[in-house]
Structures are given as C-alpha cells and as structure tokens.
Design a protein around this ligand. Structure first.
Ligand code: HEC
Length: 125
C-alpha cells in the first residue's frame, strides 16, 4: 500500500515538472524496490528517530528539500558525497537549496549521519 502511495507521488511530481528525467517512465515503475536493503532500513529508522521529517519529506519540499530531489541531485556524484552530506547534516548549513538554514545536529555520530545519507541517496535508485 505504501508503495502505491509513493508511486502516485512520483507520478504527480513528474507531471508537475514535465517528467523530463529520462530514467523514469510514465508507468510509475520509476524506482527499484530498495525497501529490503539494509542501508535503506537502517537509514530510514535513524531519519525517523532524529526527527528529520519535521523539515523533510520524501516527495515534498517542506522547510528542507524533498529527499528524492536531494537523491537525484547527487545521483551521479562520487562516493565522497556520502561523507560530505553527512558532515553537512552534523554542521548544518544553507545555500545549496536556498537561503533557509538546516540546523546543525552536533550530537549525531558521523556513522549515523552517513547511514541516513545512504538511505536518502537510495531514493532515486
Ligand atoms: C530545521 C529544519 C531541518 C531539519 C530538522 C533537518 N533538515 Fe536537512 N535541510 C534543511 C534545509 C533548509 C536544507 C537545505 C540547505 C541548503 O540549502 O544548503 C536541508 C538540506 C539537507 C540535505 C541536502 C544537503 C545539501 O547540501 O544538498 C540533506 C542530505 C539533509 N538535509 C538531511 C537531513 C537529515 C538526515 C536530517 C535529520 C538528522 C535533517 N536533514 C534535518 C532543513 C532541515
């Protein structure tokens, strides 16, 4: 059921932006099912635990960018992006998606932050 909802979101999102991304087709079969991937499960649990969803949603811009957009933006980046984004979550920052600040999360370990980044990056795979 959850997958259907996510698929609907994806279709709505594609319709909204013209669906120009060649990786996606109109059938809604846009992303592989990563929900059994341990990186996905682990990262998702941490994202929930650390209240990231007060500012982020998967397919909707809230205070922060939609995680799927983040995932697409960095889809072709090298592996160092995981460490870079993890550090950004810990230190906070702005300027990539707009002028709204992501508050720092100094109590997070780098390992946990990286696990969350891995989950986010899986959203466009
Ligand atoms: C107070 C609101 C807020 C909270 C809480 C928050 N974020 Fe963010 N996040 C933002 C904003 C705003 C941006 C955009 C920053 C920018 O433009 O550089 C952002 C950007 C990001 C990015 C992309 C960074 C980039 O440079 O492209 C990632 C990844 C991210 N957040 C993950 C997380 C995770 C994981 C958590 C939970 C630990 C979290 N965020 C909690 C507001 C928030």
């Amino acid at each position: 059921m959850k997958k259907v909802v996510i698929a609907c979101f994806v279709i709505a999102l594609m319709a909204a932006c013209g669906g120009s991304d060649s990786k996606e087709d109109k059938s809604g079969k846009t992303t592989t099912d990563n929900s059994t991937n341990p990186d996905y499960q682990n990262g998702l649990a941490l994202v929930a635990k650390n209240k990231c969803m007060t500012c982020h949603a998967i397919d909707q811009k809230l205070t922060g960018p939609a995680y799927r957009e983040v995932s697409k933006k960095y889809a072709n980046s090298s592996d160092t992006i995981v460490s870079h984004l993890a550090q950004k979550i810990i230190s906070g920052g702005k300027g990539v998606w707009g002028e709204i600040l992501m508050t720092p999360h100094p109590d997070l370990s780098k390992d946990d932050a990286e696990a969350m980044v891995k989950y986010i990056l899986l959203l466009s795979k």
